[in-house]
Write a protein that binds this ligand. Structure first.
Ligand SMILES: Cc1cc2nc3c(=O)[nH]c(=O)nc-3n(C[C@H](O)[C@H](O)[C@H](O)COP(=O)(O)OP(=O)(O)OC[C@H]3O[C@@H](n4cnc5c(N)ncnc54)[C@H](O)[C@@H]3O)c2cc1C
Ligand code: FES
Ligand code: FES
Length: 481
């Protein structure tokens, strides 16, 4: 059984299709049609809803795309939709601001904008313009009327997130905690299709052994598309989001240990602290709705050659802590990607943790080249981790995405860099060697020729960014094609 709060009411679900998305559930089962369907693939934000979870004494409000989120993931959470925002017949402050500043334009996009603005209102008291842009980048308005929407969001500064929900938050938090204490795990079933919500790593490991071929769902931002777009009907889905061990992030002396279900949003502050360039990359990975759900482990296990984080993890020499049944092993990420969308994940196994070495003495440079700045998949992604001693490269790990069938290191270019000064002349051999490392392909995102040229130029860009002559004139940030 799955238990969650829908506004103030507790809902339980037992017999229900495991592939049912929250959007379908809202519109067809509950007949709440304020939440809209635009693209049905996580791109437009029309279906944005908010979930809240206890976070210390408070609730943490986050947006998600309900079109690509399975209803079973709601176990132990509060679901809020646009219908819940009015209180005592009064519009919510966010709704009122949209009316006052003429931000309400069409009925398709507005509910999604409202929900994104509501989550922002409850999370940041006086958001900057860039906070607002980050919160709204996953909500597309086809009539391009963003200015009044941004004005409405700016007008809400300084109200401390006060609204009709504020007085109930402690009570709602206590009710959610009670659901989780009394029912840490959950499940759904319809016929022989099942959805499991395990609460511990042992339970997850046992379920994967008991149901060989089961599909794991973390954020579902890749996997749900196979159901909603390719109409696959996996028999068994196992959600990792409630597994306590997989939700942990810890910092040890020399590494950052990231649990297999930690979302990008939770990870970002840790990366900003240790590797700001990696943190900044996350800002450009999908939209906030996607980052609230998506995980590093999902990105790695999905093994897409154009996933954003594998090149950085390759450059940093990350390690993967894998488990299958009771067998645990640690492998270097270099050994994980074995072919196009193929990995060394053991049968019925999962990624328990990703270990990112912390090497403050290394220079890390990360670049994502895509057609749009926000919410776009990269044509080429590159990450360079270098050790420089008196200007000479003594260690180099270069990770690339979009250049081969898997995310891959440029081993020849790395060799060519060692012992050379990190200068325009010093990298020439490495730039040439990239042609031996990779034979990229032409596709909709870029031609092979463009990809190789960009890869070479990114190495040059890394040199120029380090060059003291340009320190007082920072390079213009043009990270897209
Ligand atoms: C609109 C949109 C925009 C996107 N933009 C980007 C982008 O800019 N850059 C980018 O790189 N990606 C992007 N993606 C893809 C996706 O968001 C990422 O790949 C994300 O990291 C996937 O994580 P997830 O937790 O959602 O994975 P899921 O979809 O839950 O899972 C993906 C795969 O990993 C497996 N898996 C999940 N967790 C584990 C685990 N612990 N152990 C083993 N296997 C596991 C699943 O079984 C599945 O096969 C985008 C997706 C959408 C829908
Ligand atoms: S309908 Fe477009 S993101 Fe969900
Ligand atoms: S608000 Fe819907 S297209 Fe602009």
């Amino acid at each position: 059984m799955i238990r969650f709060l829908f506004n103030e009411q507790e809902f339980t679900l037992d017999e229900c299709s495991p592939e049912l998305t929250i959007l379908e559930y809202l519109r067809t089962v509950l007949v709440r049609r304020g939440t809209k369907e635009g693209c049905a693939s996580g791109d437009c934000g029309a279906c944005t809803v908010v979930v809240a979870e206890p976070d210390g004494e408070r609730l943490r409000y986050s947006t998600l795309n309900s079109c690509i989120t399975f209803v079973g993931t709601l176990h132990g959470k509060l679901l809020l939709t646009v219908e819940h925002l009015q209180s005592s017949g009064q519009l919510h402050p966010v709704q009122q601001a949209m009316v006052d500043l003429h931000g309400s334009q069409c009925g398709f996009c507005t509910p999604g904008f409202i929900m994104s603005m509501f989550a922002l209102y409850k999370s940041i008291d006086s958001p900057s313009r860039s906070d607002i842009e980050r919160a709204l980048a996953g909500n597309l308005c086809r009539c391009t009327g963003y200015r009044p929407i941004i004005d409405a969001a700016l007008s809400l500064a300084g109200r401390g997130g006060q609204d009709g929900f504020s007085s109930h938050e402690a009570l709602i938090g206590a009710r959610l905690r009670k659901i989780r204490e009394d029912h840490p795990s959950g499940s759904l079933q319809l016929g022989d299709h099942r959805f499991f919500v395990p609460a511990s790593s042992d339970e997850l490991a046992a379920q994967l052994q008991a149901y060989p071929g089961a599909q794991m769902v973390a954020g579902g931002t890749d996997l749900a598309l196979s159901v909603t777009q390719q109409l696959e009907q996996p028999k068994v889905l196992i959600y990792t989001g409630a597994v306590a061990e997989l939700n942990a992030i810890s910092e040890t002396e020399g590494s950052l240990l990231v649990g297999g279900a930690v979302s990008y949003t939770r990870l970002e502050p840790f990366l900003q602290k240790h590797y700001p360039e990696f943190g900044h990359l996350l800002d450009r990975l999908g939209s906030l709705q996607i980052r609230n759900q998506g995980t590093l482990a999902g990105n790695v296990a999905n093994a897409s050659p154009i996933g954003d984080t594998p090149p950085v993890l390759l450059a940093l020499g990350a390690k993967l802590h894998l488990r299958s049944g009771n067998r645990c092993q640690v492998i270097g990420i270099d050994d994980f990607f074995t072919g196009y969308r193929q990995t060394a994940l053991p049968e019925n196994g999962f990624i328990e943790q990703i270990e990112i070495p912390l090497q403050p003495e290394q220079l890390l440079k990360v670049f994502k080249v895509s057609k749009r700045l926000d919410d776009d998949i990269s044509a080429v992604c590159a990450a360079f981790s270098l050790r420089l001693e008196q200007g000479i490269v003594t260690e180099a790990r270069l990770g690339f995405g979009g250049m081969a069938a898997t995310p891959a290191r440029a081993l020849n270019a790395e060799k060519a860099l060692i012992g050379q000064p990190f200068t325009e002349r010093g990298i020439e051999a490495a730039q040439q060697a990239l042609g031996q490392d990779f034979s990229p392909i032409d596709d909709v995102r870029a031609t092979a020729e463009y990809r190789l040229l960009v890869a070479r130029n990114l190495l040059l860009r890394a040199v120029l960014e380090q060059d003291q002559r340009y320190a007082s004139q920072p390079l213009e940030v043009v990270q897209y094609a």
